[in-house]
Write a protein that binds this ligand. Structure first.
Ligand SMILES: [Zn+2]
Length: 257
């Protein structure tokens, strides 16, 4: 099959893909994940909820992973191997399954400093699916040429375990987050498998920006950017949906805080 035909075929296939987090639920608890596989999840038990509500362990990503793993009923897959987009999707669906679509959280207006509660419907968040399900293969590599330096790189999508590495790197090299994000994804530069931090930090910033664009156009996930309107001054601003430990608190607990 020639490339054009393959592209046209994907285009028709992609048209029928769900658009939102709510549409991605095929049947109660059964979801089409952004990486284009079907998975089944169950809601949290009281015991699991307790683990997350615990002040000490609840803020630990390991606790969240443990709960996610237990609630992902099928297929048998390690949540650490999930694409980061699939992992975020799983967290949002777990929240929906357990407490429903409405999620209330506190925000501060960057213009007037007013702090107020905002409610978002999680079901309305947009899902971006992989254009090609074959990209989900752990061995899959994308080839990209950096426009300024002309260097050709190979890169792979980030998975759950990379997110943990990224958290460590953020602590180790707080001033070089961009190079860390690149270092985790890039597997080869001009055929060389050794990707040095020195090389990455020396790259023109426009190449880094181009690479970020390439990643955004290929990776799958949920668009967690939310437009907020300040109830006081009318300022409209974007925030990233807060998905921390509080994300798994039932709504009434958030309200009484
Ligand atoms: Zn305001």
């Amino acid at each position: 099959m020639n490339e054009l035909k393959a592209e046209a075929l994907h285009a028709t296939e992609n048209q029928s893909l769900p658009k939102t987090v709510a549409e991605a639920e095929n049947a109660q608890g059964t979801f089409l994940f952004p990486g284009r596989w079907e998975g089944q999840m169950r809601e949290m038990t009281t015991g699991e909820e307790d683990m997350l509500l615990n002040r000490r362990s609840g803020r630990d990503t390991r606790t969240i992973n443990k709960v996610l793993q237990a609630c992902l009923v099928s297929p048998e897959v390690n949540v650490m191997d999930l694409l980061i987009g699939d992992r975020v999707f799983a967290m949002i669906q777990l929240r929906r399954l357990t407490y429903g679509d409405e999620y209330a959280f506190k925000v501060t207006c960057p213009r007037c400093n007013n702090r107020f509660e905002w409610e978002e419907n999680l079901g309305d968040l947009k899902v971006q699916y992989l254009q090609d399900p074959a990209w989900a293969d752990p061995e899959h590599r994308f080839t990209f040429t950096l426009p300024k330096s002309g260097k050709t790189i190979k890169w792979r999508m980030m998975r759950g375990k990379d997110e943990q590495k990224l958290a460590l790197l953020r602590r180790e090299f707080p001033e070089a987050i961009m190079s860390s994000i690149m270092a985790l994804r890039i597997t080869e530069i001009e055929g060389e498998k050794m990707v040095s931090r020195k090389f990455l930090s020396g790259l023109p910033a426009s190449d880094a920006a181009a690479f970020r664009g390439e990643v955004e156009s290929k990776e799958c996930g949920v668009d967690t950017t939310i437009a907020i309107e300040c109830l006081d001054c009318g300022n409209v601003f974007d925030i990233d949906l807060p998905i921390g430990a509080d994300f798994f608190l039932p709504k009434k607990v958030t309200k009484t805080r």
